[in-house]
Design a protein around this ligand. Structure first.
Ligand SMILES: Cc1cc2nc3c(=O)[nH]c(=O)nc-3n(C[C@H](O)[C@H](O)[C@H](O)COP(=O)(O)O)c2cc1C
Length: 369
């Protein structure tokens, strides 16, 4: 039985590395041969994960220069597994000596210590660190390139941070143009300012805030997804729940649908420019586990960063005594800005897998003459 480090059936993604180990990387197996792919394509996505230097981001600033070790020849994928990684260069493991004995609230320290008999790499959260999401983004970059062949575009943005929410109806063009103009990754730039203030306020109190990332996938053809157990929404949710700090996933109207009448929630059909469309999209683009042809809309709740400088209660495990802990290290007072490209990548990875399975993306790309 394999451990849970891989996801996907045709586009199989395996991630490796630890926060304070030598590197973080990914092996992507099943990417068709003939896809033009360069280091630049992956680096561009990785760079999106690093918000501009400011008080709202952690002092740990890895350069994250992408290396591709295999699977690419003469600028095209070969059909062999693609291995790509970044080296960890800014790790300061000594910051984490204390957590060997005293687990940090909100982190995986305690269950990991019990599950792996004390052998797991605890430095910076080891395998459970948000740093592992660099691997998600590398896989997502390859998936996005593949999805680009069939015109699929995936856009995520910060829809809420702490108590600040985007109230305005955003156009796709606004999301496309403005998300990465703001440090918090919110395309409503007025709202982005208020979000930054919300983060700074929490930080000044030795605390942190969470938020909501919304993701839209455009031009996914009808019928992608393999019901019953490999339905599209189930697989997207599975991948999203692998992102550390994700606590809820909602498609379309989500929990709000529970409060609607059938007549309000049903997305009625219509014809537009010769195509079947729905007048609303409360289903979030998924019906019966298959894409409906409407945009796939998914919201993700991100919890507040668990590492906070405020003193908290914990236990000293060897002594079996209650104690206090003050968490050191370098942390983001809000995870949302970094999570935006991660969510985009997670959705892209699952869509690439399912579009290969559905035959929408060919398993062999035509040779360029
Ligand atoms: C992109 C990203 C960055 C993160 N950075 C931090 C961080 O700087 N400090 C921290 O305490 N948690 C951070 N986390 C969250 C923790 O890794 C996560 O909450 C913890 O491992 C427990 O897992 P769980 O919240 O999924 O249960 C980050 C998560 C992501 C997705």
């Amino acid at each position: 039985m394999l451990a849970g480090n891989s996801i996907g059936k045709e586009f199989v993604v395996t991630c490796f590395g630890e926060s304070h180990g030598r590197c973080v990387g990914v092996v992507v197996d099943g990417c068709p041969a003939g896809l033009p792919l360069s280091k630049k394509d992956i680096q561009r996505e990785i760079d999106k994960r690093i918000p501009p230097k400011s008080a709202i981001v952690s002092a740990r600033r890895e350069k994250d220069v992408v290396e591709i070790l295999s699977g690419i020849f003469n600028g095209f994928t070969t059909g062999a597994p693609i291995c790509t990684l970044v080296w960890n260069q800014e790790a300061v493991p000594s910051e984490y000596n204390k957590i060997r004995q005293i687990p940090r609230p909100g982190h995986a320290d305690y269950p990991a210590r019990i599950k792996y008999g004390g052998f797991s790499d605890y430095r910076g959260g080891g395998r459970f660190s948000g740093r592992l999401t660099v691997a998600f983004v590398m896989a997502g970059a390859i998936a996005k390139k593949l999805l680009g062949l069939v015109g699929v575009e995936i856009l995520a943005y910060a829809a809420g941070i702490g108590k600040i929410k985007v109230e305005k109806k955003l156009t796709i063009e606004e999301i496309r143009r403005s998300t990465y103009k703001s440090a918090v990754r919110c395309p409503d730039l007025k709202c982005a300012k208020a979000m930054e203030e919300e983060i700074l306020k929490a930080k000044s109190e030795g605390d942190s805030v969470g938020g909501v990332v919304e993701c839209v996938a455009l031009k996914v053809s009808v019928g992608v997804g393999e019901p019953i157990f490999d339905s599209l929404d189930a697989d997207i949710a599975k991948m999203l729940f692998a992102v550390p700090a994700v606590k809820a996933v909602e498609f379309g109207a989500g929990f709000e649908a529970a409060r609607m009448k059938g007549s309000e929630n049903n997305d009625t059909y219509a014809i537009s420019s010769g195509k079947v469309v729905t007048s609303t999209n409360n289903s979030g683009g998924v019906l019966g586990g298959m894409s409906s042809g409407m945009p796939i809309v998914v919201k993700v709740a991100i919890k507040p960063t668990p590492s906070i400088s405020k003193e908290q209660r914990s236990v000293n495990l060897p002594k079996m005594k209650e104690t206090l802990i003050q968490v050191g290290g370098r942390h983001d007072p809000c995870i949302v800005p970094k999570a935006v490209p991660v969510v985009e990548s997670a959705v892209a990875t699952v869509l690439a897998d399912h579009m290969l399975r559905a035959g929408v993306i060919p398993k062999v790309l035509k040779e360029k003459k």
